[in-house]
Design a protein around this ligand. Structure first.
Ligand code: FE2
Length: 319
């Protein structure tokens, strides 16, 4: 089984997005998008989105999703490959929304309602459940109590081997102070892992990387201790985004088992969104009954980052 993953793309910055053709050429069984499918706060509008009235904000975001879904190579890929997305800061609200505690501010309730409704509609389109509404007045986009995307789990079967469970986290709706996922989401993930057969491979999709030297990371939150505790018992590999680069990290637990963090970010963006080097990055996991192999690509060619192989039975990196 092959799972492609990447994050961070903007049809406004890059109308041409060859990365999706490069991914399709590998014929993956699934594609996981780990955040920033759109950039709500890119500099395309004279007003910062936080200062917009609710309907103006809604229209801005809706246009961005329609533009991305209309991107020809993206449309061809998602039509051919089951695709799952989570959101990060730029498709939830804007860059500094965590720092300003936007989820606790009443003044942003209308913005959050709109971004939830439009992201949920985007995911439904990606998963082939319903077309993204063509009309802003579509009643499906105007539920007064639109739920957060929240935590979801997708079970995938590996021929001849133990299943893969893809845990789609919502790292933005409850991120405040030192809490990243929130108690309910952590409980739900813990219970799901507990209920799964012991040899299940758990892929945890997260916008933020687990550990890094700077920027958003699980290391700034109490959730990292929780994740490391889970990893003492379960085989956990994270698929993360955000940093506009490919990366790989091993995070040890107290009993020597690892959490592995596979980062692929910068599908169709520049290093600093509008400025800097162009990125065309993605990752590919190949999973069979005995191994998990990860590799990264840049501009359609193997990236400088060396491929890794993890043994599924002892959950150690192969030399
Ligand atoms: Fe990003």
């Amino acid at each position: 089984m092959k799972i492609a993953f990447t994050s961070c793309f903007s049809a406004t910055v890059f109308a041409e997005q060859p990365v999706w053709r490069q991914i399709l050429a590998h014929k993956p069984d699934a594609l996981v998008l780990t955040g920033d499918s759109i950039y709500i706060d890119e500099l395309t509008h004279p007003t910062h989105p936080k200062a917009m009235a609710d309907f103006e904000f809604f229209r801005l975001v809706a246009v961005k999703y329609r533009q991305q879904l209309a991107q020809a190579d993206f449309a061809a890929l998602i039509a051919a490959v089951p695709t799952y997305a989570i959101w990060d800061d730029h498709d939830f609200l804007w860059n500094e929304c965590y720092e300003e505690k936007a989820i606790q501010k009443k003044v942003y309730a209308g913005h959050i309602r709109a971004s939830r409704a439009l992201f949920n509609a985007y995911c439904a389109h990606l998963e082939g459940k319903q077309q993204f509404p063509a009309d802003d007045s579509d009643a499906r986009l105007w539920s007064a109590d639109e739920p957060a995307p929240g935590y979801r789990r997708v079970v995938m079967d590996v021929p001849g081997g133990a299943a893969v469970h893809l845990h789609l986290t919502d790292g933005r709706s409850w991120r405040v102070n030192r809490t990243l996922l929130g108690a309910k989401q952590r409980t739900d993930i813990g219970l799901a892992m507990e209920a799964a057969p012991a040899d299940t491979l758990h892929l945890v999709a997260s916008g933020s990387v687990i550990e890094a030297h700077k920027g958003d990371q699980w290391g700034s939150f109490e959730d990292l201790a929780w994740l490391r505790e889970l990893a003492k018992k379960h085989c956990i590999a994270c698929l993360s985004g955000d940093i506009h680069a490919n990366d790989f990290h091993r995070i040890p637990t107290d009993n020597g088992r690892m959490v592995y963090d596979f980062t692929a970010s910068g599908a169709a963006i520049r290093r600093a969104i509008w400025i800097g080097t162009e990125c065309q990055n993605f990752g590919l996991l190949e999973i069979d009954a005995t191994e998990l192999r990860g590799q990264w690509f840049r501009f359609g060619k193997p990236a400088a980052l060396a491929p890794v192989t993890i043994n599924r039975s002892n959950w150690q990196l192969q030399p």
